[in-house]
Design a binder for this molecule. Structure first.
Ligand code: URA
Length: 244
């Protein structure tokens, strides 16, 4: 069982500002703890199942934050963006304060599932290709997708910057112009370059799944949700990837 912590420290740990600021939030009657107005920033509390309410917003306590985000198009997965706004501008302020980072990146025009966390070990685990964690992309193409192209993707494609081929670990043709492809690596523009290498290209790219975790249908573009232990378990389930 986690050691009780002072309310001020808890608020600070969740990204609500400096300890002084967090203390002032309590004195200004802006913090509730499990539905009850807090009086004392030094009050020690168990963090287990703790629900805070800060300035009218409910906030679940999470020692480490793991969230799934449905990325809209025309946002960059970077703090220092070049041409488009940052995905971080769509997240609540406390996430920025506590240093959440995207787990890998999606291109500005790619949509769908991206994980965001402040757990460095988790970010590393989820991004190393050694763990064989599949990522499923739904690819819409301008040209019909042929069996020959699918076979080529499954048998391996050599891209121009690396002699090691990269493979689709699974391909499911959804329709003439839509393919669901699984890859385990995360090379630069990998899906777009693989599709170009087999003689087609990507008109739209949307990520639907990581490991065995599927983005919930209820999560609309621009929305995020907490990930719980059962979700993290699904995320880290690897695929049988004979090629890596
Ligand atoms: N592959 C790409 O080409 N782009 C992405 O955003 C993700 C994978």
């Amino acid at each position: 069982m986690a050691k009780p912590l002072s309310l001020e420290k808890i608020l600070f740990s969740q990204g609500f500002g400096t300890r002084r600021y967090c203390s002032d939030l309590v004195y200004a009657d802006l913090v509730k703890v499990n539905g009850v107005l807090a009086q004392d920033p030094e009050e020690r509390l168990s963090t287990e199942g703790l629900i805070l309410n800060v300035e009218g917003q409910d906030w679940e306590f999470h020692e480490k934050a793991y969230i799934a985000f449905n990325k809209p198009p025309n946002y960059e997965c970077s703090h220092k963006t070049t041409h488009h706004p940052s995905v971080y501008s769509l997240l609540p302020r406390p996430f920025i304060e506590r240093g959440l980072q995207c787990v890998g990146r999606l291109d500005f025009d790619t949509t769908g599932l991206i994980l965001i966390s402040d757990d460095g070990q988790f970010i590393h685990r989820m991004t190393t290709p050694k763990k064989n964690i599949g990522k499923v992309y739904q690819i819409t193409t301008p040209e019909p997708i042929t069996q020959k192209q699918i076979d080529h993707l499954l048998n391996g494609v050599v891209l121009d910057d690396d002699p090691r081929p990269c493979y689709a670990t699974a391909c499911e043709q959804i329709s003439e112009y839509v393919l669901a492809m699984t890859i385990v690596e995360g090379r630069y523009h990998q899906v777009k370059r693989m599709m170009a290498a087999v003689g087609n290209h990507v008109a739209k790219l949307h990520r639907t799944k990581i490991g065995q975790y599927e983005m919930p249908e209820s999560l609309k573009e621009g929305e995020w949700c907490w990930l719980y232990p059962q979700d993290l378990n699904l995320l880290s389930k690897s695929v049988d990837a004979p090629h890596v």
